[in-house]
Design a protein around this ligand. Sequence first.
Ligand SMILES: C[S@@+](CC[C@H](N)C(=O)[O-])C[C@H]1O[C@@H](n2cnc3c(N)ncnc32)[C@H](O)[C@@H]1O
Length: 207
Amino acid sequence: MIQFFSVALRNMKTVGTVCPSSPMLSRALAEVVDAAPQPRRILEVGPGTGPVTRELLRRLGPRDVLDIVELSPEFCDDLERKVLGPWRGQGHGAQVTLHNAAIQDVALEEASYDCVVCGLPFNNFEVELVRSIMDRMLELLKPGGELTYFGYVGAKVAKRAVSAGSGRDNIDAIEQLERDLHLAHAGTRRMVLANIPPAFVRRLRKP
Ligand SMILES: C[S@@+](CC[C@H](N)C(=O)[O-])C[C@H]1O[C@@H](n2cnc3c(N)ncnc32)[C@H](O)[C@@H]1O
């Protein structure tokens, strides 16, 4: 928690919060993999210190593959030391790989994942970056695969209240993009109250 707080304060734009996701929110995100038949190929984007990763590891079968992409070298070190190292030590068969990179830049095979679980703070990004990351994650999914991500309840209202003109336009454009994606990908949305702050978990299915 202290590690997360300290990295978050120095990288507010890319981390977007000072609290890792609660167990309830982490579970609500990881549940997306339950519906996919094994063996599964799963991609996690933006694990931070790993609350969602832990939930994913718990669900992995021996022939599953989990690729994890995290921008921050400090979070990668932390994740390797406290989460992935101990998990590997228990001798599970699944293949888990951590990539210290931005999801926009990392080389991964297109249309190869059953599920993508994303923890990025989209409301902090320019809409062009949100669009390119969303396009990239959808491109990486197999047809019929699912992408899940979250956003904090009230975050857009709060951002609009403290932003000047172009900041407000950016939030409006992100909201419109999310609406379009929701319609084009049979989107669902559910609220998780047990998180600080409460969050919406969204799911999109690639046609
Ligand atoms: C809101 S934190 C989420 C952390 C964790 N998933 C959780 O739920 O507590 C966002 C994470 O995304 C990472 N991140 C931001 N931009 C990224 C990018 N373009 N590619 C990969 N990771 C990124 C940040 O370093 C941070 O660890």
